[in-house]
Design a protein around this ligand. Structure first.
Ligand SMILES: Cc1ncc(COP(=O)(O)O)c(C=O)c1O
Length: 427
């Protein structure tokens, strides 16, 4: 029986596509990029993304081409991608940031027209649909993460179009997996339980502050350290997962470990609870979408299609960075902040910069990724704190205390209100 087949059977049933199990979504994405892209190929992607994904693309020996994004949801804005860029990209990688779907119908049509593959990063979007079709079934391949919705802190899937491709990619996966160890499996099994215990005992604040003080966090800022000299040196070995491992493994050191039965049994239990989790997320999204901090993408989608079971809800707030620190005192640690955008972070040596970075900068620097499972606590904390909503449509002089802060300075002209949420673009 192929490795992880019980977990895979459940995912295949949910999605209606052939799936294979991987220890992480990042490994699933790497497999897809290696299977369909020749070294040196150019991959269009959003700069508002986890830096780990940038390193996955580099590890696969590819050139990350940063796309203009919608200022409302941070996903690729296909209409704003210059024709000259469309003509020179070899593949497109979506983000489905926080679970809000990319404009997959449009992207799929474009990719078909150009004869290039569409890859879906569905790590944040396990329960998201577009026109009744699950995210993860639009492209050549889609990566899912069990570290997100069901908080497994391990596990993922790659969904592909047919059984022959699945078998082929399974062979590639088996070559890349490294042997698991009982110690690693025990740690992977216990880590999510320890995290729940910290939350349940209301110890988030002291535990987080202590880890900060002791230097136990892998990132001091929202982005990991780039180490440009070392990174440039590794390019000579690309494609190679091992060469880029110090970057790709951040936050999940077991990302290519062959999990034993203990980890897979734990993930199986978590998968069984997925529908309940999605239902609770939907309730939280509904609450958060009704607040003043909800952006237009969220409000419009919720009004049109009902609330989505998002992984995180992108609230738009002023003075975001200082707020994140204050929220720790309310027992809230908000991760998944993707600021600055990848082109500002890595520079032109490692990525092709976006031709229009302003929307990405604005979105990245004003977004508070709120866990919908903690919606009431977050609403109470923001209300108590008097947090002001931010809008990309507000003129720069109205933008309050955060104007000009960090990499995310307000644009000098307000955004023209490109409609991020029309049916044709978000499905
Ligand atoms: C957008 C996105 N894609 C993929 C991943 C990788 O998922 P995993 O941790 O399962 O490798 C992450 C991780 O946070 C992510 O944020």
């Amino acid at each position: 029986m192929p490795y992880g087949s019980r977990l895979t059977a459940e995912m295949t049933r949910r999605l209606g596509r052939e799936c294979l199990y991987t220890p992480s979504a990042r490994l699933a994405l790497y497999l897809a990029l290696r299977r369909w892209c020749r070294p040196g190929a150019r991959v269009l992607m959003s700069p508002v993304n986890d830096d780990v994904i940038l390193f996955v693309v580099l590890a696969a020996g590819l050139r990350p081409v940063q796309a203009p994004v919608s200022v409302w949801d941070g996903n690729i804005d296909p209409a704003a991608v210059p024709e000259s860029t469309w003509r020179t990209v070899d593949a497109v990688l979506t983000t489905n940031l926080y679970g809000i779907p990319d404009r997959v119908v449009e992207l799929r049509a474009r990719c078909d027209q150009l004869g290039i593959p569409l890859f879906e990063d569905a790590a944040h979007a396990i329960g998201t649909h577009v026109e009744g079709q699950p995210i993860g079934t639009f492209g050549k391949a889609a990566a899912f993460s069990l570290s997100k919705h069901v908080a497994g802190m391990a596990g993922g899937f790659l969904a592909v179009e047919d059984a022959r491709t699945r078998r082929e990619v399974e062979r590639l996966r088996d070559e890349l997996l490294v042997p698991g160890r009982l110690r690693g499996d025990l740690a992977t099994t216990l880590r999510p339980l320890a995290r729940s215990a910290v939350r349940g005992l209301r110890l988030v604040r002291p535990v987080w502050r202590t880890m900060q003080r002791l230097g136990l966090l892998e990132r001091d800022t929202f982005r990991m350290e780039l180490h440009p000299l070392r990174l440039a040196d590794r390019a000579r070995r690309a494609p190679s997962l091992s060469a880029y491992e110090p970057w790709v493994r951040v936050d999940l050191h077991g990302f290519r470990e062959r999990h034993g039965p203990l980890v897979r049994a734990q993930l199986q239990l978590r998968m069984e609870r997925l529908d309940g989790d999605l239902a609770r997320r939907t309730v939280g999204v509904s609450l958060l979408a009704g607040t003043a901090w909800a952006g237009r993408a969220l409000r419009d989608r919720t009004a049109e299609d009902g609330p989505l079971p998002l992984f995180r809800v992108p609230l738009l707030v002023r003075d975001r960075d200082a707020l994140l620190d204050r929220l720790v005192d309310h027992g809230l640690v908000c991760g998944y902040v993707y600021d600055p955008p990848l082109d500002d972070y890595a520079g032109a040596e490692f990525v092709e910069p976006s031709p229009d970075p302003t929307a990405a900068r604005w979105f990245a620097s004003h977004t508070l990724p709120a866990d919908p499972l903690l919606a009431r606590t977050i609403i109470n904390a923001l209300t108590k704190d008097g947090v002001k909503p931010a809008s990309p449509e507000a003129p720069a002089h109205d933008s309050g205390p955060d104007a000009g802060s960090g990499s995310g300075a307000q644009p000098s002209v307000p955004f023209p209100g490109r409609d991020a949420t029309s049916k044709s673009t978000t499905g």
